[in-house]
Design a protein around this ligand. Structure first.
Ligand SMILES: NC(=O)c1ccc[n+]([C@@H]2O[C@H](COP(=O)([O-])OP(=O)(O)OC[C@H]3O[C@@H](n4cnc5c(N)ncnc54)[C@H](O)[C@@H]3O)[C@@H](O)[C@H]2O)c1
Length: 384
């Protein structure tokens, strides 16, 4: 095979972005089919991506096609498990968006199907492809900060309302918790950079800003308060315009979790969805120093403590170069790696087992905060 033929499940939103990187007629991949529950989105996909694409509102018809080698699951989280397993069982390589599934058991069922299929499975974790976090990983792996003992992370989701509270994301039956939906990126980064998985968690969280008593069918364009509401979305932002203060909203917008990782590393993760600014700020503290990033400033600072080695002679500031492409330049490389994994057996930086572990930590944290902060053990991986 010298060209991978991809079928997309979920063609707007994230699927639209991924397809733009994969559709390369004459190159190593083409997007040859699309499945979605909305015909209008499929028609738009055909116009935008490939006028010859096979289209269907039933993803199983896409899986039956012999001319599709790989499938990208970019539908909402609660469909990942069923669709990823069906695609693997149909003999397709699978790219599954994060989170892998919305339960640990669901992740384990996907991993089992993956092992039985002999096909490739990759998860949409793009943060390890950003220049920022690749640089942090390189610094940690160089040994300059010694052995990591503590991690402190804050994710201030400045656009929490627009991204998460106007549609399916805001309801726990679809996502379990935003600690999976948003936090799985960050928990995966903590695991990837430290080289350790979470073993125990405790968490606190509640719905402190969004949610309320507005009707579940209220949308911003039809709302009598649309001129004064601070959260009103009046254009169709990927269909995200349901009221952020509707009754069904039940995922916490203010979350704090504490983790103990392998090697006794202690980590804290704060995820707040109503901050005025956007920050994804990680600090790793080791026995010989610390490394900290600032996404808004595009900088990393390395500070060293007395260690009687050359490392202590200076502290350093890294200026991260600007990059092009979605998610700080990560998406083009993420998409390329999926194709290179199929064609040349290339290994991406993270793997499906790690994706299961970030879901497991997020699920345990959600359970903990809903039980008043109970300390919970993370179910270990059994499928290695
Ligand atoms: N890796 C990243 O940085 C990143 C960024 C954004 C979204 N995502 C992930 O991508 C997935 C989609 O998120 P989104 O923001 O694009 O959502 P979205 O709601 O904007 O788009 C989802 C698409 O799936 C379609 N769809 C809904 N139900 C379906 C079903 N049962 N079968 C097939 N298609 C269906 C919708 O019509 C829509 O076209 C989520 O799992 C999300 O976590 C990942």
């Amino acid at each position: 095979m010298d060209q991978v033929r991809i079928g997309m499940i979920g063609v707007s939103g994230r699927g639209r972005n991924l397809a733009s990187h994969w559709h390369r007629p004459g190159g190593k991949s083409i997007v040859a089919a699309g499945a979605d529950v909305y015909l209008k989105k499929l028609e738009d996909f055909k116009d935008r991506v490939n006028k010859d694409a096979f289209l269907t509102t039933d993803y199983k018809e896409l899986l039956e096609r012999k001319d599709i080698d790989a499938v990208a699951v970019a539908s909402p989280d609660q469909f990942h498990e069923e669709q990823a397993i069906a695609a693997l069982e149909a003999g397709k390589h699978v790219f599954c968006e994060k989170p892998l599934a919305i339960t640990v058991e669901g992740c384990d069922r996907i991993l089992k199907a993956w092992k039985q299929s002999g096909k490739k499975l990759m998860i949409g974790f793009n943060m390890p492809y950003t220049r920022m976090f690749r640089t942090v990983k390189g610094i940690v792996d160089s040994g300059v900060i010694g052995q990591i003992k503590a991690v402190w992370v804050r994710h201030f989701v400045g656009k929490g309302s627009l991204y998460y509270y106007h549609d399916w994301h805001a309801v726990a039956r679809n996502t379990t918790s935003l600690l999976l939906q948003k936090g799985s990126h960050d928990i995966d980064l903590i695991h990837w950079i430290t080289g350790s998985y979470s073993k125990k968690v405790t968490a606190f969280g509640s719905l402190d800003f969004f949610g309320g008593d507005k009707p579940d069918d209220l949308t911003c364009p039809k709302c009598p308060e649309k001129e004064t509401c601070t959260e009103a979305v009046l254009d169709d932002h990927n269909g995200r315009y349901m009221c952020a203060f509707r009754k069904e909203v039940d995922v916490e917008d203010n979350n704090v979790m504490i983790m103990e990782l392998d090697n006794k590393i202690k980590a804290t993760y704060t995820e707040c969805h109503f901050t005025p600014d956007y920050h994804r700020n990680f600090v790793f503290i080791g026995t010989e120093g610390s490394v900290e990033n600032s996404q808004p400033d595009n900088k990393i600072w390395v500070k060293t403590r007395k260690s009687n080695t050359w490392c202590e002679l200076s502290d350093r500031t890294y200026d991260i170069k600007e990059s092009e492409g979605g998610h700080w330049g990560a998406d083009p490389d993420l998409c390329k790696d999926f194709i290179d994994m199929i064609l040349y057996n290339k290994k991406p930086p993270t793997n499906p087992l790690a994706a299961r572990m970030s879901v497991a930590a997020g699920c345990a944290a959600a359970e903990s905060m809903r039980a008043g902060g109970k300390v919970l053990e993370i179910p270990p991986l059994t499928l290695i």
